[in-house]
Design a protein around this ligand. Structure first.
Ligand code: DAK
Length: 258
């Protein structure tokens, strides 16, 4: 892996887009490596929570690689888009919580990558936007869909139609990011959040992600039915016995993920 670094710290998996000279822009190789990294994190039983971030102090990801896209035919662009969708869908559908540690510019495909994650924590220097209309196109890695799901039609329409960047503070007020912290505190903040999640019963957390995803993909009736089936499944686990007994015995639960 050249452009995407992967590491595990105890039960937290880190995926870092590492192409700082181009503000971590997503070219074909980055997208292929992102997909591989996400697949490996999904398969690693030691990883409970995944954090996605960018290298350096300036950018999370400044978008799809404009230099690479310029020369592409529509058919080549279709293949490129499939790489993007593959990587981002793998993150969005992974049965583990994924946190974006947004450490600077999150633009175009970069914001779309952050939106494929479940939770976004941003540093104060972050600027977010979907400037594709300034290039004569519009967001194509799921931005029109996931941005609308997260912030609602009004904000999504304003961001997509104007292409303007919003500050981290404005993004917080829109619900586009969950929290804003100084850049120097970002790692500590996301680790703390990941640690809080990792302490909980992993099967419950994973099934919950699957049920939450259904809220965006189906009707309320289907979502409620899916939630009912999955939460019933959680009652078949040793973790449920342990969690409930631990509560009644006034002690910390020792979850085994079984
Ligand atoms: N692609 C390629 N290189 C990039 C880049 C990008 N998106 N963003 C920055 N860079 C490169 C710059 O070219 C520069 O490289 P050198 O000139 O040093 O070789 C280096 O990173 C540093 O950037 P700057 O010199 O520009 O740095 P500044 O601090 O002055 O400005 C900036 C930072 C983030 C404001 C600026 O770099 C900028 O505006 N970047 C472009 C942001 C952008 O427009 N992002 C959206 C990209 S379009 C589709 C599927 C997906 C997409 C489209 C279609 N289909 C389904 C068809 C997705 C599209 C996008 O994401």
């Amino acid at each position: 892996m050249v452009f995407v670094k992967r590491r595990r710290e105890k039960d937290i998996g880190w995926i870092t887009v590492d192409r700082p000279d181009a503000l971590n822009a997503l070219n074909s190789n980055v997208l292929k490596e992102l997909k591989v990294a996400a697949d490996r994190m999904a398969a690693d039983e030691k990883v409970s929570v995944v954090i996605v971030t960018g290298s350096g102090e300036k950018a999370f990801v400044a978008g799809a690689d404009i230099k690479e896209m310029l020369g592409k035919t529509p058919l080549e662009m279709r293949s490129f888009t499939m790489l993007g969708h593959d990587a981002m869908n793998t993150i969005a559908r992974m049965e583990k919580p994924v946190i974006a540690a947004v450490n600077g510019y999150a633009l175009g495909g970069g914001l779309e990558l952050a939106l494929a994650c479940d939770i976004r924590i941003a540093s104060e220097n972050t600027m977010l936007g979907v400037p594709e209309v300034k290039l004569g196109i519009f967001p194509g890695f799921g931005g029109t869909q996931r941005l609308t799901n997260v912030v609602g039609k009004g904000w999504a329409a304003e961001m997509v139609f104007t292409g303007r960047m919003v500050t981290a503070k404005e993004a917080l007020s829109m619900g586009l990011v969950n929290k804003v912290v100084p850049l120097t505190d970002l790692t500590k903040e996301v680790k703390g959040l990941a640690g809080m999640i990792a302490k909980n019963g992993p099967i419950g957390v994973r099934l919950a992600k699957s049920a939450i995803n259904m809220a965006l993909e189906g009707s309320l009736t289907d979502g409620l039915a899916y939630e009912r089936e999955l939460v019933s499944l959680a009652f078949s686990t040793e973790d449920k016995e342990e969690g409930m007994k631990a509560f009644l015995e006034k002690r910390k639960a020792n979850f085994k993920g079984k």
